[in-house]
Write a protein that binds this ligand. Structure first.
Ligand code: IPE
Ligand code: IPE
Ligand code: MG
Length: 257
């Protein structure tokens, strides 16, 4: 990839220039999924409350969006709140829900400027009213954009998503719309909340944890996984470029040779 064709005010470090030169523009992932982990530990390291880490993590999200836009990567999915995260202390959960509202009211204009379309996956109905309204407004306002699709996983759990899909299929079989022979892997994909979105080619998890934590379990059958010790608020453009270089060094065999 020729760094001179890129916005150098965006990828402006020496590290970014050399990583960009090494990247093959034709072999970038079509869909990147990120488990943004380590906000709490990042805050703790500085003796600050956990919400401070979540706020700092927003800057990394903004950088990932701008980077994917700049690299013309069509899909970015971010794990923002899992269905298991409700078990955290109430003040942290309330703080995160409030932070979503603050960030969305500020960022919708930038998302539109960057031609980003926002989609949501997860159980949105169970979110606090104001948070739900802020996300729905963001989805509506960006619906006609044609650039990056930003998929926000919110109150998301992959196992529950599979359960919901199976219930839909079961209802359709009972109603005679489908017969059991119609059930195959493609059909199941069309009933998941990620229907219409290609499976992720590349999944990044920050903070040194090496598990999927109930994220996109069905969709990641052949996803390349990348784990880094970097805590999410420190994961910026250069780190993304390093991850992409690792992706391009992989040999995706899909069970073949
Ligand atoms: C990820 O960071 C953000 C959410 C899960 C909402 P954490 O809050 O999990 O941070 P750590 O893993 O405790 O450091
Ligand atoms: C996964 O991180 C969920 C999100 C990043 C939103 P967690 O911090 O909740 O995962 P575990 O508990 O370490 O598995
Ligand atoms: Mg965590």
């Amino acid at each position: 990839m020729d760094p001179s064709t890129r916005q150098l005010d965006w990828f402006d470090s020496e590290h970014a220039r050399s990583a960009l030169s090494a990247l093959d523009e034709g072999a970038l992932p079509r869909h990147i999924a990120i488990i943004m982990d380590g906000n709490g530990r990042w805050a703790k390291k500085q003796g600050k409350p956990r919400i401070f880490g979540h706020k700092a993590g927003v800057v990394s999200v903004r950088e990932m969006i701008a980077s994917c836009v700049e690299l013309k990567i069509p899909y970015l999915t971010i794990y923002s709140f899992s269905s298991e995260n409700w078990t955290r202390p109430e003040d942290e959960v309330t703080g995160i829900m409030k932070l979503f509202v603050e960030v969305l009211s500020r960022e919708v204009i930038n998302l539109n400027k960057q031609n980003v379309r926002v989609k949501l996956i997860g159980n949105i109905a169970d979110l606090p009213e104001v948070t739900k309204a802020a996300f729905e407004e963001c989805v509506q306002s960006t619906a006609n954009n044609t650039g990056l699709t930003l998929v926000v996983a919110l109150n998301y759990g992959a196992r529950q998503d599979v359960v919901t899909a199976l219930r839909t299929i079961s209802d359709e079989v009972s109603a005679g719309v489908l017969c059991s022979d119609d059930i195959n892997t493609e059909l199941i994909s069309t009933k998941l909340s990620t229907a219409g979105i290609p499976d992720p080619d590349f999944m990044i998890r920050t903070s040194g944890e090496t598990r999927l934590s109930n994220f996109l379990l069905y969709e990641t059958a052949y996803t390349e996984l990348y784990f880094t010790e970097i805590l999410w608020p420190d994961f910026k453009r250069d780190a993304l470029l390093d991850a992409l270089l690792s992706f391009q060094g992989r040999n995706r065999r899909y069970g073949g040779l």
